[in-house]
Design a protein around this ligand. Structure first.
Ligand code: OOG
Ligand code: MG
Length: 262
């Protein structure tokens, strides 16, 4: 057990200062190679609690590494989750300020808005769909605090899974209006196609990814609440962007979501 009192505070301070000072840092497992995934989730919880103490509010969760491609890239077999805070919410009509971010990348995702509380250790895809009020196209902006976006699973979990900003499109549809697994998506940067994918990339079905996360949260005595937003995980690889860029993700039947970076 590496995570003694004092060490946990030190690591959380280290991660928070990197974000605040917009500066990349050496990954924490370089100094603490023994840290376990469970300890990483404890660190993540402490980091979120610190932000809450400073006035932030959780508005939902995000899933990461839900696609086989991303899991293979990382050499892992499991997805991860982190928390969304109100201060991460960005809007289509308000440019994202590049200078507040270290080395941001954009990911096309499907957002779920929960219409009911949902908790349990055996939640199914079907139950997730039934508890979902709307789905919408979304873009997550990830911004790992670690140098060159290089990390182990433990590092990224402690860093709240690289969360930085997210944008949800203005068109919301009920889940039964669309076949989420077969939804096609094209994401472009400055008018040129950057990446294409389909909903099935996310653990076979984006709602299955959400079910997985609820089961995990329940192990910790948590769950989803009515009104929570869930980002179900990137459908393709993430695309780097900088000042002056515009990113648009266009989903079949779901419409599009976009943002510009100033
Ligand atoms: C980790 C976060 C990945 C996703 O949707 O897969 C993620 C990272 O790649 O930095 O948010
Ligand atoms: Mg993501």
């Amino acid at each position: 057990m590496t995570l003694t009192k004092g060490v946990d505070t030190k690591i959380v301070d280290y991660l928070l200062s990197a974000e605040r000072d917009v500066r990349e840092i050496t990954k924490i497992t370089d100094q603490y190679p023994e840290l376990s995934i469970e300890e990483a989730y404890e660190l993540q919880e402490r980091l979120i609690n610190r932000k809450i103490a400073e006035g932030a509010r959780t508005v939902g969760i995000k899933l990461g590494l839900t696609s086989k491609v991303k899991q293979q890239m990382m050499g892992v077999h499991e997805a991860i989750y982190g928390f969304l805070l109100n201060e991460m919410l960005a809007y289509e009509w308000e440019p994202v300020d590049f200078h507040q971010l270290i080395h941001p990348k954009a990911e096309p995702e499907i957002a779920f808005l929960m219409g009911e509380d949902l908790k349990g250790d055996n939640v199914t895809t079907e139950e997730v769909l039934n508890a979902t009020k709307y789905i919408a196209p979304a873009i997550e902006i990830i911004d790992s605090r670690y140098k060159n976006f290089k990390f182990t699973l433990t590092d990224v979990v402690a860093d709240n899974c690289s969360s930085a900003r997210f944008i949800v499109g203005s068109k919301w549809v009920t889940p039964n209006q669309t076949d989420l697994a077969n939804i096609g998506m094209v994401m472009s940067k400055n008018g040129e196609v950057a990446t294409v994918g389909a909903g099935a990339a996310v653990l076979g079905h984006p709602a299955s990814a959400v079910a997985w996360a609820i089961n995990k949260l329940t192990e910790k005595g948590k769950g989803l609440k009515k009104g929570d937003i869930v980002l179900s995980g990137a459908i393709t690889e993430a695309i780097a962007f900088e000042s002056g860029d515009t990113i648009v993700a266009q989903f079949d039947g779901l419409g599009s979501v976009s943002f510009s970076c100033s």
